[in-house]
Design a protein around this ligand. Structure first.
Ligand code: HGY
Ligand code: MN
Ligand code: MN
Ligand code: MN
Length: 388
């Protein structure tokens, strides 16, 4: 960024905004945004491609000597993944004034991540982590303080559809709904050698039955239910676990379906808990905590149209008969910062294919050609939008 003449600000969520000024100072800049944070075993493209496409776009504008009407900016949204601080898309959520700053700053590091050699020695809050790396800016984190004319995001698909159909660009029309919970099953610690099955309140056995049920209920409704973090206590070979805490990520194409899965699992988990330990009159019980709720989002037609035209223009010189086949509408299975920016400003998003549809994995890969195609579409869309 050093050779780009940009105005850089960092806000109180650590979001970094770099704006290349345009002719007019009285209108907000148009932003290209995504995130640089990743997963414990994340890849090199999820989020990072989007931010780099923004930097590359500003460089290309400089090389072309292009003067835009409004400014054009790049934004790196903090903690989009929710891997280190367990609420995803939180910094764009605070910017959109959909999540309170206090909730974000008080988030405690996920213990498994806190134990990673690269993370801090003891679990810390998001605010202290931002202070430690000097990313706790004094600019309020809000769309009112850092207004945007529009937000464009380039991302790898993180799924199999584009790559299996040989398509080049996915124009994101919608993002599925998802909810994140923390659950705790409370049973009773007992000796593994002296306690018959019917005299146990085995929290881990109850958890195993709940996992099977979660997949059955979610699959029946075309949804997904996943557990990514589990902690078993007391954690001894010869003590039946009396407590299991775990994360639950429920996703579906419609908000109502996710709500139905949640409702059904709450009742089914209670039934499973009630049977485990009934023999001793001390059945297990389940506690739920909702950490995050992102309803399904549809992007506005006008925004989709802007990137649609740019995508066709970019692939037009591809050596294939029908370029229409190279660009397709697509729903996103993953959450993105565009979910929250779309609540406040015109937002559009495009995908490029990734190898085997793999993501949140070290072998995540998108070819240089696909990355370049995506970045060209974003550059074209921003210039097109600026000239509207
Ligand atoms: O969880 C997600 O969909 C994204 O990786 N934040
Ligand atoms: Mn991402
Ligand atoms: Mn991700
Ligand atoms: Mn049921």
């Amino acid at each position: 960024m050093k050779d780009l003449k940009c105005e850089i600000t960092i806000d109180e969520m650590g979001n970094i905004f770099a704006v290349r000024p345009g002719r007019r100072k009285d209108v907000p800049a148009t932003f290209i945004g995504s995130h640089l944070d990743t997963q414990p075993t994340g890849g090199r493209y999820d989020g990072i491609l989007g931010v780099l496409s923004g930097v590359e776009s500003l460089k290309r504008m400089d090389e072309m000597g292009l003067e835009t009407e409004g400014g054009v900016g790049v934004v790196n949204w903090t903690n989009e993944e929710g891997a280190r601080f367990p609420v995803s898309m939180i910094a764009s959520g605070v910017w959109a004034e959909c999540i309170p700053l206090s909730k974000a700053h008080n988030l405690k590091e996920v213990p498994t991540v806190a134990s990673l050699p690269t993370a801090a020695s003891a679990p810390e809050t998001m605010k202290s982590a931002l202070e430690k790396i000097n990313y706790l800016g004094d600019v309020p984190c809000s769309y009112k303080t850092t207004p945007m004319a529009a937000h464009f995001e380039l991302h790898i698909e993180q799924g199999p559809h584009l790559v299996s159909a040989g398509q080049r660009v996915g124009v994101v029309t919608a993002v599925q709904a998802y909810r994140w919970f923390r659950l705790k099953i409370i049973g009773r610690d007992t000796h593994t050698g002296t306690t018959a099955f019917e005299h146990r309140a085995d929290a881990l056995y109850a958890f195993a039955l709940m996992m099977v049920r979660a997949r059955e209920v979610a699959a029946a409704k075309g949804c997904l239910a996943s557990v990514g973090i589990i902690e078993v206590a007391p954690g001894s070979v010869n003590t039946v676990p009396g407590q299991v805490s775990f994360s639950l990520d429920i996703r579906g194409p419609e908000t109502a379906l996710v709500a139905e899965v949640e409702r059904e699992l709450r009742s089914d988990f209670d039934k499973i808990a009630a049977t485990e330990g009934a023999g001793i009159g001390k059945p297990c019980r389940v506690e739920w905590t909702l950490d995050f709720d992102s309803p399904a989002v549809k992007f506005h037609e006008d925004c989709i149209d802007c990137v649609q035209q740019s995508a066709h223009a970019v692939v037009a010189d591809a050596p294939v008969a029908d370029t229409k086949a190279l660009v397709r509408p697509i729903m996103s299975g993953a959450g993105h910062d565009s979910v929250f920016t779309s609540k406040r400003v015109p937002t559009s998003m495009i995908f490029v294919p990734c190898k085997d549809g793999l993501s949140h994995h070290p072998e995540e890969f998108s070819s240089a050609d696909d990355c370049a195609t995506g970045a060209s579409v974003i550059l074209q869309a921003v210039v097109r939008y600026d000239r509207k």
